[in-house]
Design a protein around this ligand. Structure first.
Ligand code: ZN
Length: 270
């Protein structure tokens, strides 16, 4: 339900602006992936009428783009062999390996964070000012196991023509590092809006880790009505099919009407 809410909000937002809604699967972490998960996400989006306006992209197909970006970033990169234990308890990376400019076996690649001050206008939260250098420090762009870090992959992909990003506030912490990379790579920055996430009664976010119940595709129309309700919109009772509900949503959705905090998750809403 949490994922449906953000997907639906981004769909309505960009469609109302006459734009295209795109689906990209962030599948760079094969060891952690359930092979059936991607197929089930795509099936679920389709059943809920949320169709990508272009062929679905997969980050796992974009290795050449990411390698090219790493090359461009080279002057800002260094190799880090600090162990997790060495870094434990530190709020941010202390810059230990900053002078390690040549490749060493079994090392992560980090970016030398100079001026990490990021100011931008969030479409939902308003003006934000984040000091990356003190909050995060030199962050990882390629992991020790060779995998491209999520922030670099997303910066590169969003920089290839994405104009608007609407997502959950759980992803707010990655926005500043992604913008930082996009600026270094000379990529055009999208506009961002971060809407509140659906939470359980105790304040934890609905996710696989918190054992959120899976969305039932058989009740797609009701799921959409519920998602809109959490976002603050009441679909009339006689609007019952998926296409009719989506049409209604496109007419009535307004990001400014989304509450600052969504109502807490209920397993059955009445
Ligand atoms: Zn290090």
């Amino acid at each position: 339900m949490g994922s449906l809410i953000t997907a639906l909000a981004s769909y309505c937002d960009i469609k109302q602006a006459g734009g295209q809604w795109l689906v990209r699967i962030d599948d760079l972490d094969p060891p952690r992936q359930d092979p059936n998960a991607v197929a089930s996400i795509i099936r679920s989006l389709t059943v809920h009428g949320l169709q990508s306006d272009r062929p679905i992209e997969f980050q796992s197909n974009h290795a050449t783009h990411y390698d090219a970006a790493l090359k461009k970033l080279q002057p800002h990169l260094f190799y880090c062999r600090c162990s997790r234990r060495q870094l434990r308890g530190l709020g941010r990376y202390p810059g230990t390996c900053r002078n390690q400019k040549t490749f060493v076996e079994n090392s992560a690649v980090r970016i030398n964070m100079q001026d990490g001050e990021q100011s931008f206008d969030d479409g939902f939260l308003g003006p934000l000012n984040i000091d990356l250098a003190t909050q995060l420090g030199d962050f990882i762009v390629r992991r020790r196991d060779g995998l491209i870090a999520y922030n670099l992959a997303t910066a590169v992909d969003d920089g290839r023509g994405i104009t608007h990003v609407l997502r959950g506030q759980d992803l707010l912490p990655v926005t500043a590092p992604q913008r930082y990379l996009m600026t270094l790579l000379n990529l055009p920055l999208p506009e961002y809006a971060h809407i509140p996430c659906l939470e359980f009664e105790d304040g934890s976010k609905l996710s696989k880790q918190t054992h959120a119940p899976a969305l039932k595709d058989e009740t797609a129309a009701q799921n959409l009505v519920d998602a809109l309700w959490y976002l603050g919109f009441s679909v009339p009772e006689d609007t019952k099919s998926v296409p009719l509900i989506l049409n209604w949503a496109l007419e009535h959705f307004n990001p400014a009407a989304i509450p600052k905090r969504l109502p807490k998750y209920r397993s059955s809403r009445v």
